[in-house]
Design a protein around this ligand. Structure first.
Ligand code: ADP
Ligand code: MG
Length: 250
């Protein structure tokens, strides 16, 4: 579903991604763990071309992201085409990023209507179903500021789902939440995983990663140091850097 090949990224002098290769199969959950500053967010943002890689390619559901192939040359997509392409990839941010001037329902239907040009009579019932799925059927007409952080993040998940995306990327979806609100958001994500969605989750919740991930990838210094099933990476790490990280967070 996602194929990342040879991705490099620098910001000025700072090299943040040093050759990332990762293959994510349909219907699987991949958890990306690693220390702060190791490049996890940059990698996620590269997948939907919020960051442009300096080298390498990302393919999602068979589509090359950010470029059009002409012969053996790559040409940048126009902004409008990029927005449409990006709308096939759900993204859930640490700090929710809801539109404050729109109601919950309006937040969920905005991108399907504008970026995907779907019909309101099709999108609105879907949005209401999705709000029910994340336990917020009665909040459709509220504004985000009147919701708790956990509720806002569940709206953000419904909004991502409304795009009917091939994959959903989560960047530390529970890091900004009060501890008592973490569980309700993780439960929604776990339900998505059970339903067969393809998910990529950057998380510090190691226990959660162990419970729902098919693959855990440990990043450090802009590289994937090791990846594999949770019981091998988390319980029998092969690399000293992985062991050192886990000894601090477990
Ligand atoms: P992580 O999510 O693993 O904490 P990030 O991908 O956010 O790591 O950041 C990796 C490194 O890249 C950090 O040193 C960060 O300061 C730097 N960085 C991230 N985004 C930018 C940017 N837009 N401009 C300059 N430096 C950046
Ligand atoms: Mg980050």
């Amino acid at each position: 579903m996602i194929e990342i090949r040879g991705v490099h990224k620098s910001f000025g002098e700072l090299t943040v991604l040093r050759g990332i290769d990762l293959r994510i199969d349909p219907g699987t959950v991949t958890a990306i763990i690693g220390p702060s500053g190791s490049g996890k967010s940059t990698l996620l943002r590269t997948i939907n071309h919020l960051e442009q890689a300096d080298a390498g390619t990302v393919t999602v559901a068979g589509t090359l992201i950010g470029y059009r192939r002409r012969g053996d040359r790559l040409h940048q997509l126009a902004e409008r085409d990029l927005l449409r392409q990006r709308s096939t990839i759900g993204f859930v941010f640490q700090d929710f990023n809801l539109f404050g001037h729109l109601t919950v329902l309006q937040n969920v239907i905005e991108a399907p209507l504008s970026a995907q040009r779907r019909k309101r009579r099709e999108v609105e019932p879907l949005a209401r179903d999705l709000l029910a799925r994340v336990g917020l059927a009665d909040k459709a007409d509220e504004y985000p500021r009147r919701l708790s952080g956990g509720q806002q993040q569940r709206v953000a998940i419904a909004r991502a789902l409304a795009l009917q995306p091939a994959v959903i990327l989560f960047d530390e979806p529970t890091s900004a939440l009060d501890p008592e609100l973490v569980g309700e958001v993780l439960e929604v994500i776990a339900e998505l995983a059970r339903s067969g969605a393809t998910l990529v989750i950057v998380t510090h919740e190691i226990g959660f990663a162990r419970r729902i991930a098919d693959t855990v990838a440990f990043m450090d210094g802009g590289q994937i140091v090791e990846s594999g099933p949770p019981n091998s990476v988390l319980d029998h790490p092969q690399h000293e850097r992985t062991r050192a990280f886990l000894s601090k967070v477990l």
